[in-house]
Design a protein around this ligand. Structure first.
Ligand code: TXA
Ligand code: MG
Length: 348
């Protein structure tokens, strides 16, 4: 199949034409990769059962891993699911934005979209291209991350092209994603409690502003549970986000980490370090994560750096285990999976 490529240029007439064309493809049951504020999504109609099957096929994704359904306005959730009072408070505060809420689904959403579950994951993206496409198509849109299953999610149209060229109808290039990690996925436990199944840019502390009790699912943050056979969010069970290089994740103080990599880094290796530590290593091995302590910049760059490691044909990538704090939790969750959930603990 020939994959059509359209750049969003900022010219209103051209962009509207590209989006109309994409909307037409969606309504006809085809697939379009679209930018969102988190990562690129592989979009198909959530009302056409075959579209979901095409998505699984293009990604090489196991069909037991349900898709997120994207809507144009928070209130549209009521057309496809059964929102409660907590959903309304969350929507008022965090939507549009990087939050996905799991609700009991209505029959209009076919089982192929939810992998047979009676719930549906709902998200209202803030990216203007994604928003416009959903609105113009008139369909809710099923969209997992637009990568081949298992590898890091795409944060640029180039990444999408590398994975999906020839497998989908169209790529809309909206530039680089602002956030760089996928949305926070939560389950609602009644009207005043929720559980984070996948940490993202909307953190537990932020959710606590509208929800009395916020729990983080142990499977999201315990390496030993990440490969559990029956996780609640099926997407969390696979080895995920992994480059071809072997990611060696080290739990140690900064200085111990730097010394370990200097002693053990041989052959084709790379190291994820903040800009301030660039001087410790030769130029060719640096995978710079931004200024020290800037969790948002690190998040924006992580997947792109893991993909770059493969472009550089690195065999090993060393990374320091991020803290398990509120602002680093999404990074922690992704990086332990990129490392196949193995952590090397080294004490000073
Ligand atoms: O930021 C994002 O969420 C991106 C952009 C494109 O919107 N999408 C994304 O989709 O990351 P995906 O398919 O790569 O991840 C969806 C996650 C998976 O971990 C899946 O298991 C979980 O959401 N999920 C989807 N539906 C679910 C459901 N009904 N119950 C529990 N977990 C669900
Ligand atoms: Mg994904």
């Amino acid at each position: 199949m020939n994959t059509e490529y359209q750049k969003i240029t900022g010219n209103p007439a051209e962009d509207e034409a590209a989006i109309s064309r994409a909307a037409q493809i969606i309504r006809a049951g085809g697939l379009v990769a679209i930018p969102t504020e988190t990562v690129y999504g592989l979009a198909g109609s959530a009302l056409i059962p075959e579209s979901a099957l095409k998505i699984y096929e293009a990604k090489g994704r196991p069909a037991d891993n349900p898709l997120i359904v994207h809507i144009a306005a928070p209130a549209d959730a009521a057309k496809i699911a059964y929102p409660n009072a907590l959903y309304d408070r969350l929507a008022a505060r965090f939507m549009p934005g990087p939050l996905t809420v799991i609700l009991k689904k209505r029959d209009i959403i076919p089982p192929t979209v939810t992998a047979g579950l009676d719930t549906v994951a709902i998200r209202c993206p803030s990216n203007s291209v994604a928003h416009r496409l959903i609105a113009v198509s008139g369909h809710p849109i099923a969209a997992p991350s637009a990568n081949r299953s298992g590898v890091p999610s795409p944060t640029s149209a180039e990444h999408v092209r590398a994975d999906m060229d020839g497998r989908i109808d169209m790529i809309l290039d909206g530039g680089e994603c602002e956030i760089g990690l996928e949305s926070t996925v939560i389950r609602l436990d009644g009207d005043d409690a929720c559980t984070i199944l996948r940490p993202g840019a909307v953190t537990a502390d932020m959710l606590a502003a509208v929800c009395r009790e916020v729990t983080v699912s142990p499977a999201a943050v315990e390496p030993s549970l990440a490969d559990d056979e029956h996780p609640e969010s099926p997407g969390m069970k696979y080895k995920h986000y992994a480059p071809k290089a072997n990611v060696i994740l080290i739990d140690a103080d900064e200085s111990v980490f730097l010394r370990y990599v200097r002693e053990h880094g041989t052959g084709r290796y790379g190291v994820l370090v903040p800009n301030e530590d660039a001087g410790y290593f030769p130029e060719g091995v640096l995978l710079l994560t931004g200024s020290r302590g800037d969790a948002k910049e690190y998040a924006r760059r992580l997947f792109s750096l893991l993909r770059r490691a493969d472009e550089m044909r690195l065999e090993t990538v060393f990374a320091k285990l991020p803290p398990k704090t509120d602002e680093y939790l999404a990074l922690y969750n992704r990086i332990i999976r990129a490392a196949g959930c193995r952590i090397l603990k080294i004490s000073g």
